[in-house]
Design a protein around this ligand. Structure first.
Ligand SMILES: NC(=O)c1ccc[n+]([C@@H]2O[C@H](COP(=O)([O-])OP(=O)(O)OC[C@H]3O[C@@H](n4cnc5c(N)ncnc54)[C@H](O)[C@@H]3O)[C@@H](O)[C@H]2O)c1
Length: 250
């Protein structure tokens, strides 16, 4: 019996990095995983790696039309939804100081990182509630907890996700929806997004700032997400799980 056996879990941005590792781990613990992504090939590759229990739906998480279609399709196909991992996100241009940032770029990053999570909760929570309850996990970042002068828009979006997660958690708890909502805050993780931050010149300088002394792996984040999706975390809502090799503790 797996730790999330029988649960239907939707993972956005599951075609790469943390989303892919999460989808693979959840499936290995018994979940029926639905992977979504704007990157069709990446999403299909994740599903192929899992085999059997997983499926792919193309989705742009910044589109409300897409969210309505995806949730209806998942509930129609599987009879319910018990977990949602709002993982899809973009970094934007790096480095980007706020004085040099264009309004267009600011809005582009917000549309995926903030509006995508808002829409996921807006349309995902009723489906989870109506399926008997479950868990929403929103991917925030260490960038939500500290100033990010080289990632001005990105840091702001992750701060918004952190705060909004608590709002959803409290609202759902007070309404007795049986829907929990928590944020996860990775440090620097070895994924295509993390690679942008850890170019050859910057890599050792970043590693030197990580108390544990190495970059995180996507599986390190997936393990935290699995815990939050499973019933092992049944009393945890509105909380933030920092997985950063100790960076935020110094
Ligand atoms: N890698 C890190 O160091 C790190 C650190 C902190 C937080 N995070 C967060 O973790 C999450 C996953 O990051 P990752 O490192 O795996 O990144 P990644 O770039 O490897 O993967 C992100 C996935 O999201 C998809 N995506 C992007 N925009 C989308 C959209 N509009 N609709 C649907 N899919 C979309 C991409 O196609 C890609 O497959 C992100 O929210 C990111 O901000 C990552």
């Amino acid at each position: 019996m797996g730790r999330v056996s029988g649960k239907v879990v939707l993972v956005t941005g599951g075609g790469s990095g943390i989303g892919r590792a999460t989808a693979v781990l959840l499936a290995s613990e018994g979940a029926k995983v639905v992977v979504t992504d704007i990157n069709r090939n990446g999403g299909l590759e994740t599903v192929q790696r899992i085999g059997g229990q997983a499926s792919f739906i193309e989705q742009d998480t910044s589109s409300e039309v897409d969210w309505k279609r995806v949730i209806a399709e998942v509930v129609g196909r599987h009879g319910g939804l018990h977990g949602l991992v709002n993982n899809a996100g973009i970094l934007g241009k790096y480095p980007s100081r706020f004085e040099d940032e264009t309004l267009e770029e600011w809005r582009r990053i917000l549309s995926v990182n903030v509006e995508g999570v808002f829409l996921g909760c807006k349309h995902g929570v009723p489906a989870v509630r109506d399926s008997g309850g479950g868990s929403i996990v929103n991917l925030s970042s260490l960038a939500a907890l500290v100033g990010t002068p080289d990632l001005s828009s990105y840091g702001a979006t992750k701060g918004a996700v952190r705060q909004f997660t608590k709002t959803v958690a409290i609202d759902c708890a007070r309404r007795r929806y049986k829907v929990r909502c928590n944020s996860v805050h990775p440090g620097v993780i070895a994924t295509p997004m993390g690679d942008v931050l850890t170019t050859d010149q910057a890599r050792q300088r970043i590693i030197d700032r990580i108390p544990i002394g190495e970059l995180g792996q996507p599986e390190d984040i997936a393990n935290g997400i699995l815990f939050l999706i499973s019933e092992e975390s049944r009393y945890i809502t509105g909380s933030e799980l920092v997985i950063d090799g100790g960076m935020h503790a110094i």
